[in-house]
Design a protein around this ligand. Sequence first.
Ligand SMILES: [Zn+2]
Length: 227
Amino acid sequence: MINFRRAMPPPKKLQERSFEGVKNCLIEMQANKCYMCERKAPDSSQIEHFIPVSKGSEELKFSWENLFLACGHCNSIKNHVSDRQDPALSILNCTDYSTIITDAIHFQCEGKPRERVIIKSASENPTKQVLDTIKLLDQIFNYNSESLAFDAKVLTDEVIQEMKKLLDLLHTYEFNSHSISKKEGIKNDIKDALSVESPFTAFKIWYIKRYFSNSEFDDLLPIFEIN
Ligand SMILES: [Zn+2]
């Protein structure tokens, strides 16, 4: 999960209580990624209500600020967690820049086969929203019972594959005696891999923070500025 800016103005059709064109606006706003897991162009992508309509007024159904693009798996897990485990679940809103998600939450995956991803607080005094977001994300990637476990495993495998691609680029950059221009080309590929448009950016940001702090890769990380 990463921050992104809410596109403005809201899609016109929402005023007429129609979702026509809304999904395309969300796809553009979120770089075609699920806002929870950051999977790119999920087949099962759907318009998700951040605050469930059942918990609020009918107004929320067509409120632009309440609409996000999510994959079917994350939507199912979010419903499952908030319905069955924690009705008071209150997760971070990634369009609210008062919290920079990748500063508050540590995302860890190192591209190893059968790895279990780790999501934990990056500070010693996390807020309830940070803890609730961690609880949700942990279930999204590590859910291990019932039918949703298979989808969680598929998702985690996608993260592992994406991390492996980043590691391959870093290995190539480090060990081969390329020309300067070739090395710059690889660096550009690393920049693309770390961009907000790429899948699972939060995990990649943390890999660079963990193993390449104060390196030439710092400048390649996306910048999220607090409001
Ligand atoms: Zn998702």
